[in-house]
Write a protein that binds this ligand. Structure first.
Ligand code: FES
Length: 168
């Protein structure tokens, strides 16, 4: 298989990151942090390189990545929207809300919208139960969310992306 220049430079970056930290005790976690910092996620083609260099199996590496919610194996959107699936939120209609939001965005949990603006994730209590149903966008929690309010919010997220180039 021939590799494009982009793929080769990604592989080179991964190899350099591993080389810089592989002798540290417990090297895998700092290496994973560095790779995610570089790419925004852990590219799947990093797994065989990590396995070989750290003398572990790909399954072991995958197990560590999937254990920590912080690590992602696919490209993320500019904003992460978390919908609360906790009991209090469910009692206040979060299941219907999540269906509406998934329909609006055209993605399900763990996926990113086509325009790479929003990644959707579930969460199991945002500590905002009194204002259920709740969602979180980045660091900000929104209570008493409805499909209509989310429609407005997602448009704002889109506008902010284009006009300011900054997080909301
Ligand atoms: S259950 Fe949703 S904020 Fe607590």
């Amino acid at each position: 298989m021939t590799r494009t220049n982009g793929q080769q430079s990604s592989l080179d970056k991964i190899a350099t990151i591993i080389e810089n930290k592989r002798t540290l005790p417990g090297a895998l976690l700092p290496i994973l942090h560095d790779i995610q910092h570089e790419f925004g996620y852990i590219p799947k083609n990093a797994l065989p390189i990590l396995a070989k260099q750290l003398q572990q199996t790909e399954a072991e590496i995958y197990g560590v990545i999937s254990f920590y919610a912080h690590f992602h194996l696919s490209e993320r959107g500019r904003h992460t929207v978390e919908i609360c699936r906790g009991e209090a939120c469910q009692a206040m209609g979060s299941r219907q809300l999540e269906q509406a939001i998934q329909g609006q965005l055209g993605v399900t949990y763990g996926q990113t919208t086509e325009d790479k603006n929003i990644t959707l994730e579930p969460v199991y209590c945002l500590g905002n139960c009194a204002c259920s149903p709740s969602i979180k966008v980045g660091d900000k929690t929104y209570g008493r969310m409805t499909a209509e309010k989310f429609m407005q919010l997602s448009q704002e997220l889109s506008v902010y992306k284009v006009s300011l180039g900054e997080e909301l």
